[in-house]
Design a protein around this ligand. Sequence first.
Ligand code: GUN
Length: 281
Amino acid sequence: MTIILDGKALRDKLLGDLKVKIDKSEIKPGLSVILVGNDSASQIYVNNKRKTAEKLGIKSEVIEYPADVEENVILDKINELNQDDSVHAILVQLPLPEHINKLKIIDAISPQKDVDCFTTINYGKLAAGLEPAVYPCTPKGILLLLDEYNIDLDGKHVVVVGRSNLVGKPMSLMALKRNATVTTCHSHTKNLKSITKTADVVISAVGEVLIEEDMINENIIVVDVGISRDKNGKIRGDVNFETVCGKTSYISPVPGGVGPMTIASLMLNTYELFEKSLKRS
Ligand code: GUN
């Protein structure tokens, strides 16, 4: 029997609990999002983040700049947000336009307000197995989803497909921290199928349909992080869900699996940074 990893249900549960905590708090957590340019996917993501934050009682603002904004304008804004005690979490939506030095922008964020775990300090701590201020949203959401279904990664062979800084790489590091045996595959991997065939868990974060039924063994766990659109504009993941689903013990759907968990993690991270700032003051 296959069990669907229901990210929407878990998001609703986690955010319901979080709202109770925020309602009780006199001071409210603050999340500031910087959005540069008019990438339509980014606009949708940022809007979802803002709406979710507002529903929870998180004070959220979206600071928008045109695509040709000068780097210094963004740096000045980040410095201002770093100093602002009502802002506990800062997120710079990626991608940024080409002319902007992404690393310089990210590293301008105070590590204590780095809600994505993108700064060199926090990412370095993550890589070294130390505690970053908070963990990256998508891998954190995936682990919360697996925890909800009592799926323990200890000793399992976890095959992560994709090595992006946003998902694949931190996912591999976090699975390793959970004592999984981790293989990270990517576009240069030879014979991907020979590796996915040995997996207990496949986590795919590529953005195109590539996990087919003949690439996995029976009863494995499949987590689908991919998001793309088919030729009719319908949202789909990296996994050929129809053929793969029946072979798995657990599988996350797209939509309704990892996506809602990423947003939930962002809200949880905002609250964690808020709590840590209260403890410091
Ligand atoms: N662009 C796509 N996903 C993300 C994310 O999780 N955080 C940020 N900052 N930008 C993104």
